[in-house]
Design a protein around this ligand. Structure first.
Ligand code: GCU
Length: 620
């Protein structure tokens, strides 16, 4: 009966598509009590993806009767005659969270599929509860199954996602199987070429959350951008009882207790006035305990309240002009090796930034793990976060745009309550074209629609004027869309003579704050020579000594994030014996040793005090 068979296939496809996208991410899961699945997972390297496709290259999970080759079934032989050509429980194990490249020598360069399996019990399993499975991040594509059933697929290597597992679990002997594929792709985000290592795997925490039938899915509390005595926000409930439900928002320290009633969709907006707020800032990283309670759920968070705005070429934090003494950072713990993922890793990286004298960090070139933004909240470090719309993205592909926008949405959703985060950046060094301008302009509109409280930027590029190479310009229509004009400039390293930097100047007639989002030079730590010998610490130091005072002459300069805090792994950096697969522009080596330029930048920041009139209280 072809008709019925087609109907069943279409229905199945519909279910697949519905499941394909993860649920809205659970807000503030970080402070919810969950069941951690971190630890050793079994893994199978599947170069030909035969655990996913049958020999006709059809996905097993599109089949009504997937053969024994479907790895997500975690099959065992029925008897001594039965053929099952894989066995997770006989397979080796790997740490989750953690990339496979730095854990398994044979996987150092591997790009492809690795299957992961984790068996688990649910203590006090309660079938009346709802169960979510949340990943802090998986690079790059994850196909997720529980007890042999497909939960869905997620693409994007640096943002959290979750799937609902309600009704698919039991008290004992559950198993999760994840197909992780880190192959790069022309139409992916990022695309084929990047200057960082393509670490694959389940690179961040994995947690199960047991939730009441109607729970608090999302919320925001932010200081109103125009009135610093008003906290604005919203609550979103999820569940059958979400409509017309009373939710209480309280900030005990301020004696605030606000009751709101949700609308038919479980949503409620609110304003709370307070005349006694202590505003969050680097000098006063004040966080308030915030409690959100509904009939069946209760969450607590720690939130700082501050305003970030621009006025002409100044950036104003709580009405005061601020200069962003920053540094760029990649997400690596170079001493252990591989992707950073833990609070301890965050303490190392932000500790070095603090030691440098920074009040600002650019978390390049993708969303870092949540420990970084939460620790920055506690330490009083301002943060620039960005999505990996990097270099030559497939601007004309609608799926590529949807992927980029989804990663932006997941980032903003995760960190919108983090006072330290002041800038969302939507791209880095992207080549000019009409398609690229449209693509990026749409992303800016999306960011503003989700969060009007922060500044929007992107790392653009500059170049020398034809008739006078000592005059640099930024000719990019996209600059009009941005609150802060940021650009990378490498005069003296990629072109230009380091001894001529003092004669360079920028001709930028935009009345907007300017951040130099990258400059730097490579140096092998411990290699000493005269200061015109490339790759020596002295050369890197000379470039900093020449560049810093030259940048300081840019009238609109409001911040710098030199490239970069620490040497980092990159397949593009194979100069033996200097690079050996490392980008050497770090101020610190992969062994944690500081180079001469670290101390030059530290001195510059320590001497950089805004003059009194500049510090003046510029009330907008
Ligand atoms: C570019 C790019 C970085 C890269 C750096 C470099 O500016 O944004 O990702 O690592 O240059 O060449 O070192």
């Amino acid at each position: 009966m072809p008709g019925a068979k087609n109907f069943i296939c279409l229905f199945f496809l519909f279910c697949q598509l519905t499941l394909m996208y993860s649920n809205d991410t659970l807000q503030n899961s970080y402070l919810r009590k969950g069941i951690s699945l971190n630890g050793r997972w079994h893994y199978i390297v599947d170069v030909y993806e035969n655990g996913y496709y049958n020999y006709r290259w059809e996905p097993h999970d599109n089949s009504e009767n997937p053969g024994s080759g479907a790895f997500y079934l975690n099959s065992k032989p029925k008897d001594k005659m039965d053929l099952v050509e894989y066995d997770f429980d006989a397979a080796p194990t790997i740490n989750v969270p953690g990339d496979w490249n730095s854990q398994k020598e044979k996987l150092f360069y591997y790009e492809g599929t690795v299957w992961y399996k984790k068996s688990f019990n649910i203590p006090n399993y309660d079938s009346s509860k709802r169960y979510y499975l949340r990943f802090g991040a998986v690079n790059y594509r994850a196909d997720v199954y529980v007890n042999g059933k497909k939960l869905g697929t997620h693409k994007g290597g640096f943002t959290p996602f979750n799937f609902e597992m309600t009704g698919l679990l039991k008290e004992k002997d559950n198993f999760i199987v994840v197909k992780v594929d880190n192959k790069r792709g022309k139409d992916e985000v990022p695309t084929l070429n990047t200057d960082w290592w393509n670490y694959g795997g389940i690179t961040r925490d994995v947690t199960i959350y047991e939730l009441p039938p109607t729970f608090i899915e999302n919320y925001t509390l932010q200081l109103d951008k125009e009135n610093d005595e008003i906290i604005t926000g919203f609550i979103q409930l999820n569940g059958d009882e979400k409509a017309n439900s009373t939710v209480t928002v309280s900030i005990p320290e301020l004696n605030i207790r606000k009751e709101v009633v949700t609308d038919g969709k479980g949503f409620a907006k609110f304003d709370i006035s307070s005349k006694s707020l202590s505003y969050w800032s680097p000098d006063n990283p004040k966080l308030y305990k915030v409690k959100v309670s509904s009939a069946e759920d209760h969450v607590e968070d720690r939130i700082g309240f501050r305003q970030i705005k621009t006025k002409g070429s100044s950036i104003l934090l709580n009405g005061n002009k601020v200069f962003l003494k920053g540094i760029s950072i990649h997400e690596e713990n170079v001493m252990r090796g591989g992707r950073a993922y833990s609070l301890e890793d965050a303490k190392i990286l932000l500790g070095w930034a603090k030691d440098l004298g920074c009040n600002f960090v650019r978390l390049a070139h993708y969303p870092h793990n949540e420990h970084m933004s939460r620790l920055a909240d506690e330490m009083g470090i301002l943060v620039w976060e960005e999505i990996p719309v990097y270099w030559t993205i497939a601007w004309g592909n609608p799926e590529t745009y949807a992927n980029a926008e989804n990663q932006l949405k997941e980032l903003i959703d995760r960190d919108k309550n983090r006072a330290s985060v002041i800038i969302w950046s939507v791209s880095n060094e992207t080549p000019l074209s009409e398609e690229r301008l449209n693509f990026l302009t749409r992303l800016v509109k999306k960011a503003r629609s989700m969060d009007g409280s922060r500044l929007i930027s992107a790392a653009l590029e500059d170049h020398g004027k034809e008739d006078d190479p000592n005059i640099m310009v930024v000719e990019d229509a996209f600059a009009e869309e941005l609150d802060v004009l940021s650009f990378n400039q490498y005069y003296g390293w990629y072109g230009g003579d380091v001894t001529n930097i003092k004669n360079i100047r920028w001709e930028i007639d935009l009345n907007k704050p300017i951040i130099i989002s990258e400059f730097g030079a490579g140096a092998l730590q411990g290699y000493h020579a005269d200061n015109l010998t490339r790759w020596s610490e002295e050369f890197q130091d000379l470039l900093y000594k020449e560049t810093l005072p030259t940048l300081a002459r840019i009238p609109q300069l409001s911040g710098i994030t030199p490239w970069i805090l620490v040497d980092f792994r990159s397949p593009r950096r194979m100069l033996i014996p200097i690079q050996n697969g490392w980008n050497r522009k770090g101020l610190i080596s992969e062994t944690g040793n500081k180079k001469k330029a670290f101390f030059t930048l530290k001195k510059f920041y320590s001497e950089l005090e805004l003059s009194e009139e500049e510090k003046g209280n510029i009330k907008n």
